[in-house]
Design a protein around this ligand. Sequence first.
Ligand SMILES: NC(=O)c1ccc[n+]([C@@H]2O[C@H](COP(=O)([O-])OP(=O)(O)OC[C@H]3O[C@@H](n4cnc5c(N)ncnc54)[C@H](OP(=O)(O)O)[C@@H]3O)[C@@H](O)[C@H]2O)c1
Length: 295
Amino acid sequence: MSTIIIDGKALAQNIRHDVANRVSALKEKGITACLAVIILGDDPASQSYVRGKEKACGDVGILSRDYKLSSTTSEEELVLLIEELNRDESVHGILVQLPLPKHINESTIIETIDPNKDVDGFHPNSLGKLMLGQDTFIPCTPHGVIKMLESVDISTEGKNIVIIGRSHIVGSPLSQLLIQKTPTGNATVTICHSRTKNLSDFTKRADIIIAAVGVPQMLTSDMVSDGVVIIDVGVNRVEDSTKAKGYRLVGDVDFEGMLNKASVLTPVPGGVGPMTITMLLFNTIKSAEITFDRR
Ligand SMILES: NC(=O)c1ccc[n+]([C@@H]2O[C@H](COP(=O)([O-])OP(=O)(O)OC[C@H]3O[C@@H](n4cnc5c(N)ncnc54)[C@H](OP(=O)(O)O)[C@@H]3O)[C@@H](O)[C@H]2O)c1
């Protein structure tokens, strides 16, 4: 069986093209979509994500306002900054790069963000609406996964879908999207995690597997059935002395081993990653358009 590889970069590019058109149309009406990005400290992975987001904003014409703060910033200072951005009518989206330093309570920070500017979709208000099937900001990675399945006309209706990973940013919201009574839902979803016994018993019965674990290449070909559709969310650094940086990125799936066994597969890098940033742009223009409509 030949495996279809979903090109996340190409798909992301198509969606970014649409976003760029919407950004221009809004600019003509006098509103420049603006995303405020807050990062604390100098963790290289977080800084690299933030640089990627800034560049993506620039490419589609979204204004990116960056707040690079010290890792010793207090929770109170961060709350005050977010409250100021909540009041600032020229800001349409607020993103706080996670993880935060240990002395800051992540829930407090996420709950401080105005739900109307919650373009990450992590606020309890957004997640509650998602669960109820109401219009909201859908968290970017789960939204990207849905778009990837759509792009290759994979129907989720009646399918057995196994999600490995139950985080609040990927696995849990994705499970909600996939069980909704919508054309991209109607699936029977099983969520597996670190306490799941005999993971293979679940993955072997799956029509579609979404791996969001953070363990390099843990899903191997002996754990899946022929023709399975696999979306690999994982991004893991593994040592590689042949690379200038000393490491390379791999997913949670043994990509090579799945070739000719899976019917559809996503690469890492170049799969879900570009889609995640793209859906952030999508949420930011959506927020700016809502602001314009409310005027
Ligand atoms: N491509 C992107 O844009 C993107 C976006 C977000 C995340 N990611 C990547 O996706 C991965 C997951 O991210 P996350 O934030 O969801 O991570 P997370 O919060 O650490 O959650 C990982 C989940 O995997 C489960 N797990 C860990 N080891 C397992 C095992 N051996 N077998 C089965 N389940 C296991 C954990 O179970 P417990 O709940 O029991 O601990 C947890 O539910 C990471 O590699 C991350 O870098 C990529």
